[in-house]
Design a protein around this ligand. Structure first.
Ligand SMILES: Nc1ncnc2c1ncn2[C@@H]1O[C@H](COP(=O)(O)OP(=O)(O)OP(=O)(O)O)[C@@H](O)[C@H]1O
Ligand SMILES: [Mg+2]
Length: 248
């Protein structure tokens, strides 16, 4: 089982869209996929049409008697399983704080489902907190959507410096997100980012109306626009991520 977190300190960069679409693409190829929605906004939960309910709240989810299996739900849309989020996750840090080893807690909770899934995707809220550190302790790789903007490189550098200083062994896979090829600024910034960050995934996710429509369709883009350019890019990106996770 591999654990990948869609993570960024920045909000609105495409974390949830990436998690939901890559989960769908991974499941399409036959992988057993679990999406754990860690964001109190519950956007991934919503997109998979799962009821936004954490039974017993975040206290029960991560507390001493917490058992992840009790929180897993099926999605009628796809074979992807979901650990839904609700507003109680705003207290996730408080309840993690009360556990013995907060930064190892999410990894511990995932241990019992190790044999049940090939891929776990953790969809994170935009922050850097105790919960993020627990994510860094649980994930093999952080998939970091990067929007071509002037401060994008700085944000990525802050993250990689933090991980290095804390000696966290998690890998960082930046992924270009919401790229508008018609804009010269986007083309220039993309070029700069590729030079600075050779680990950027080759495939970039374009800015696409189909991705924006996920909210009204409540589905991964591959469900309602299977032949769209966006779906093709997510499919290609998933292939590249899979090649990193399971090298031949
Ligand atoms: N490739 C894309 N093209 C067009 N719109 C996109 C694309 N990716 C994401 N969006 C839109 O941008 C908004 C933010 O996307 P998303 O929710 O995936 O980001 P996020 O990083 O998870 O946000 P948050 O930090 O709030 O969790 C959404 O309205 C989404 O529909
Ligand atoms: Mg999100």
């Amino acid at each position: 089982m591999k654990v990948v977190a869609t993570y960024s300190i920045k909000g609105g960069v495409g974390k949830t869209s990436t998690a939901v679409n890559l989960a769908f693409e991974a499941a399409r190829t036959g992988a057993r996929v679990l999406v754990w929605d860690l964001d109190p906004q519950g956007a991934a939960t919503y997109l998979f049409r799962v009821k936004p309910k954490v039974r017993g709240g975040s206290k029960r989810l991560v507390g001493a008697d917490g058992e992840l299996a009790a929180h897993i739900r099926g999605s009628d849309l796809s074979p992807v399983h979901v650990v839904p989020a609700d507003f109680s996750l705003r207290h996730l840090d408080v309840h993690l704080e009360r556990t013995k080893r907060p930064t190892e807690r999410l990894a511990r909770l995932l241990e019992p489902v190790e044999r049940s899934y090939d891929l776990v995707l953790l969809d994170c809220p935009p922050s850097i907190s105790l919960a993020s550190e627990s994510v860094f302790g649980a994930a093999d790789h952080l998939l970091v959507p990067v929007v071509p903007a002037t401060l994008a490189s700085r944000t990525l550098a802050q993250l990689t410096t933090f991980l290095r200083d804390e000696q966290l062994p998690v890998g960082v896979l930046p992924l270009l997100s919401m790229v508008d090829q018609r804009r010269k600024l986007h083309r220039d910034l993309t070029e700069d980012l590729r030079r600075t960050w050779p680990q950027l995934l080759p495939t970039a996710i374009p800015s696409a109306a189909a991705v924006e429509r996920m909210g009204e369709q409540r589905a991964p883009v591959g469900v309602f626009a299977p032949t769209s350019a966006a779906t093709q890019r997510y499919r290609a990106a998933w292939g590249e991520v899979a090649a990193v996770l399971w090298p031949a």
